[in-house]
Design a protein around this ligand. Sequence first.
Ligand code: GLY
Ligand code: MN
Ligand code: MN
Length: 431
Amino acid sequence: MRYPALSSSFYQKNRANFAKQMKSKGLAVFTSNDIYPSSADGTLPFKQLSDIFYLTGVDQEETMLVLFPEAHNPAHREILFVRETNEHIAIWEGAKLSKAQATERTGIASIYWSQDFEKILHTVIGEAACLYLNSNEHSRASIEVETREMRLSKHVRAKYPHHAVERSAPIMHALRAVKDKEEIDQIQRAIDLTNQGLRRVMGMLKPGVMEYQIEAEFAHEFLSNGSRGFAYTPIVASGRNACVLHYIENDHACADGDVILLDVGAEYGGYNADMTRCLPVSGKFTQRQKDVYNAVLRVMKGATAFLKPGVMLAEYHSAVGEMMTKELVDLKLISADEVKNQNPAWPAYKKYFMHGTSHFLGLDVHDVGNWNKPIEVGNVFTVEPGIYILEENLGIRLENNIVITENGNRDLFANFPLEVEEIEALMAGQQ
Ligand code: GLY
Ligand code: MN
Ligand code: MN
């Protein structure tokens, strides 16, 4: 493994918290993701399904977990299935967890090979009153393939049609939205690597550099420090490209006088950073670029100050909308009249700031969490306002990650360059 695993007690605690939310005699089944084929005999890199990772720490394909807290036999209360390994398989396929290693990683005593899943499930399922099945209920997920999780659910429901079915997803969303210290430490490592990458880029950015060369600098920094790479496809968007919200081609040369928007984050140990910074290609912002930058920065600071326990996300987003409206009027991008006559369903500020300000962050970049519940201590959010002015070939977004604390929040980007003067000084090699 490239990173030190979290303690098995962390995963034990997560399973215990899940078990507490289950109905009497419930039995839950979780699975890993498939390894997805590309073409010929190629495959995409394996990405573990976040829920089973959260409950076990196992980062391997063909992993299944059964939780049955009230099973008569204590050995059936937690059962983990992992892909078979032995010395021969290890030579051909690389090392997979042995049963002893699986116990050490997860704190689960009952370990079987994956091919025993059907048989073992059948021996215990008769004792269960209901089955907890999981599926991707992220509100923005758009899924066209049948996932391993959905195949498993279909199979279990068809084979045991008389068991009542419950959903694991709402429980997982509630648990995963509140981060433990160990998780925040992992997110902080991902953020620190992202900061190192950014500083590296500040030392090489100049007119003529290709956007993909900047991407390569980040990749080098991440991969040489134990990360498996980018948390998401990086956006390295100079000039006008910054106004394309999901620009990922990264194939233009950076031009003198342009600002480059970098929406890049490292992954570390399964957790993610999600950063956006904007840098002047020449090392100095023009007055107009500074004005827009500082407008976004004020909104970011105002938004961050608003995030504390008890606040509703809808209330927060409308407060940020008001902050942004004021800035856009001051920048003369929208008029007071437009604001007065705006459609409340699509306020005037949306012309220049058309995306949301925050999302949950964690094992997934757009992490799971309940948007209709008051903000809680331990939630981790991005704060990412932006102003995109296509007619000026200028897009500015700034994105930090914060954790909610008892008294408000803590900015996990405390060591990042943010102010205009700081960025210009760093790029001039003065710091
Ligand atoms: N990088 C994805 C996002 O900012 O939400
Ligand atoms: Mn981002
Ligand atoms: Mn984001």
